[in-house]
Ligand binder design. Sequence first.
Ligand code: DQQ
Length: 581
Amino acid sequence: MEMPAIFLVGLFCVLFNDGTEVDASQPEFQNFQSCNLMVNESQPYRTSYHFQPPKNWLNDPNGPMLYKGLYHLFYQYNPNSALFGDGMVWAHSVSYDLINWVHLNHALHPTEPFDIKSCWSGSVTILPGNKPVILYTGIDANNTQVQNLAMPKNLSDPLLKEWIKFSQNPVITPPIGIEGDHFRDPTTAWLGADGKWNVIIGSSINDQGMAILYQSDDFVNWSRYQDPLYSKEKTGMWECPDFFPVSVNSTNGVDTSVINPGVKHVMKASFNSHDYYMIGTYVPGMEKYIPDTDFTGSNTDLRYDYGKFYASKTFFDSVKDRRILWGWINESDSAEDDINKGWSGLQSIPRQVWLDRSGSQLVLWPVEEINKLHDKQVSIQHKKLDGGSVLEIPDITASQADVEVLFELPELEEAELLNSTWVDPQKMCTDANAAVRGRLGPFGLLALATEDLTEQTAIFFRIFRGHNAYTVLMCSDQSRSSLKEKVDKTTYGAFVNIDPQHEKISLRSLIDHSIIESFGGEGRTCISSRVYPQLAVHKEAHLYVFNNGTQSITISKLNAWGMSKAQFIYEENCFSYKASQ
Ligand code: DQQ
């Protein structure tokens, strides 16, 4: 697209002018107590430490970044309803620690022909000179998906409160052969050695999902590369692709533009309601992505999370040298329930992402800052759990808790034989829920449970013996999570890539009223679920560790904490930062 010189000059002034460096490390809160958004106790499903706005619909995380000491999270938000609809905006919040948040005014809302129906998902790229720029999908009056730029009005404002849409938007429109409603969600751009910026955009042609590659010298004029960076038949429309390097021999993250022999590349795509990823090699110049293992369309494909988790996005935290993942976790209740609650949708606890030692999968782990919310602690050590026993973890707020447990299996060789037809872990968990006794397992946690266990969500393991190896199955069983009807109680399951002969079985669950995020095998398998107990709410919620196998196991170590509430405030009248130079 040809760009009149005057507009280019204008854009470059906004993108490349040096703002005065401001140290934003001194926040000031006014009337903090009265500003903290209060939770209505009649709302048992609102969370205490997960990110959510006070009301209405939330979906995809957009453009997460760290800028001048502040974390920014933008997200898809419907200001008019607890349900999805036209008029989606980029809501905007900032944080010093990824846990406590200040809600700012919306960064982008539909105002122009190129986004008049909605401002849909996209990403932030930080251009040289520490200049963030948003590239997002606008829905125009014809429902065509076009890609638009927006720049901060004032780069010296660490809050980046105001964003200006580029006057020459859209900068990318659907190419010939791509349907106007199958062209969205640009990624964070990476800079090639040839000086070109690269972004991918999600699309599909006849059910063949793809990441279409665009390149630019100036971030304004974009040309489509001849082939998609990757495509795969029968995967359907790829939403919110993400493409980033991971270090081969370190848990540290690396900047999105790093390309060298010390990294592998992750390609993530959101389709069929899940976030799937591949690990592979990126060949710049030829613009090829060669996955170690391709998507197969079966349950062996790698997922960030085997429960609820969608439209996620990562960013590189250059201060702590880590890559952080945010994902949208939607509701499992009905639209009618959402209207009554007045809200719908959560963001996951941000997770640090790195390549597993095996090189064959990622590891995801809650960011360390979440530990700041740890309140009262209970510990158990070296405790035998006979087959058929349930042990309460007392004295903590079981409705908002963080629990980590390490199981030892002294009778490992007693594990049941794995039947060769058992290849679908979710089906295995559904067919044999927590009530079905095995030999080694089910054992794990009963969260958000009533004292009589009529309501409970069981997060558990079963161990099986094969010819040469053991198989570890992890399940999240929602079948008894609520007496409420009209709630999706699907059970989730996945294998955990660990060898119980050499490693103890670990489980961490973050429990927060209506969400349980569970991390098995030190973050190699994650399962998030949404649950709506009717009785096991607030003080009536209990937490147990259980063993419903016939063989005994040992709790080698258990630490559980009640969690304090995270703070969510509105900027107006409640928050200002003191700039020190
Ligand atoms: N959500 C956005 C789209 C994206 C979808 C609209 C994924 O841009 O494809 O809110 O959840």
